[in-house]
Design a protein around this ligand. Structure first.
Ligand code: C2E
Ligand code: CA
Ligand code: CA
Ligand code: CA
Length: 278
């Protein structure tokens, strides 16, 4: 619906500003971005607070656009979701993450790969089938992979999502509920989900050391998660004081700039090598 000619025309309408035109062109370019190697995964370590070591990495996508440069996921994941390209993107992300897992295993780096998935990925059973095929292809243990799914993604289509999550769980794939606390999921729904991990959203963690309300929320969320037998990750840990506070509250895992930023494979390897994080 957006051929070159019309693009020139709509420039005169104030509501269709440069920004929306950019959105439209990005949306149509996503497919080729996936095929042409313009996407890259960055890896951010998750620190196990009991074992004091890196047990997992979250895989976060970046887009190197030939004209617009580096585009952040918050600027194109919603477009991918609206245009249906998200399925191809998710498949690419899981495949890329597992390929990297095999490479790291050869270097004696044994970390679980945590990949983000969207609501759209949970509306049918294509994802569980695809994951099963990849696990066989790469001959990996199922717990090599964790899928992070947001609270709102599960609540969009709770019954469909539950079916997909149950299949993944039966295969031994680990499941994490992401951005916890930002949606309004019912406890009844949450209890039914075959989850392994709950991630406290960074909006409650960033200011944890100075905000008493956040302290109450984080403390009680950790308690809730543990009562449901879920392991807890706090994201957005930016300083030592916050890390210590989380440890004191019994949080299992921490992720954030204080530990490390999301890194390319190369910088991850450099970061990993000199330091034996113990
Ligand atoms: P998310 O899953 O909640 O990921 C955490 C975001 O917080 C990441 O942003 C990460 O870089 C950032 N972060 C990590 N530590 C800190 C910290 O200490 N302080 C602050 N201020 N931020 C921190 P990023 O990489 O820009 O990703 C944004 C969102 O895009 C992700 O939020 C996720 O929802 C989505 N996303 C990223 N990659 C993928 C993907 O491959 N597939 C899908 N479906 N979504 C993705
Ligand atoms: Ca995530
Ligand atoms: Ca989050
Ligand atoms: Ca998020």
């Amino acid at each position: 619906a957006c051929k070159g000619k019309h693009v020139h025309h709509v420039v005169y309408y104030p509501q269709l500003n440069k920004h929306s035109l950019l959105r439209l062109s990005l949306m149509s370019e996503l497919r080729s971005a996936i095929n042409d190697d313009q996407l890259e995964l960055f890896y951010q370590p998750k620190l196990d607070l009991i074992q004091q070591k890196i047990v997992s990495v979250e895989c976060l996508v970046r887009w190197h656009h030939p004209e617009h440069g580096f585009i952040q996921p918050d600027d194109f994941i919603p477009l991918a979701e609206q245009s249906g390209h998200i399925r191809a993107l998710t498949e690419w992300a899981i495949d890329t993450a597992l390929k990297q897992k095999k490479l790291w295993l050869k270097q004696d780096i044994d970390v679980q790969m945590a990949v983000n998935i969207s609501a759209v990925d949970l509306i049918d059973l294509k994802l569980p089938a695809y994951v099963a095929q990849l696990m066989t292809h790469y001959a990996l243990q199922p717990n090599a992979l964790k899928l992070e799914v947001t609270e709102s993604a599960v609540m969009a289509e709770p019954e469909q999502a539950l079916r997909a999550l149950c299949m993944l769980n039966q295969m031994g794939i680990k499941l994490s509920i992401d951005d916890f606390g930002t949606g309004f999921s019912s406890m009844a729904q949450l209890k039914k989900m075959p989850l392994d991990e709950l991630k406290i959203d960074k909006s409650f963690v960033l200011d944890l050391n100075h905000d008493e309300d956040d302290e109450v929320i984080v403390k009680s969320t950790i308690e809730l998660a543990h009562n449901l037998s879920l392991s807890v990750v706090a994201e957005g840990v930016e300083d030592l004081a916050t890390l210590n506070k989380l440890s004191a509250f019994g949080c299992d895992t921490a992720q954030g700039y204080f530990i490390a930023k999301p890194m390319t494979v190369q910088s991850f390897n450099d970061w990993w090598d000199p330091i034996e994080l113990i």
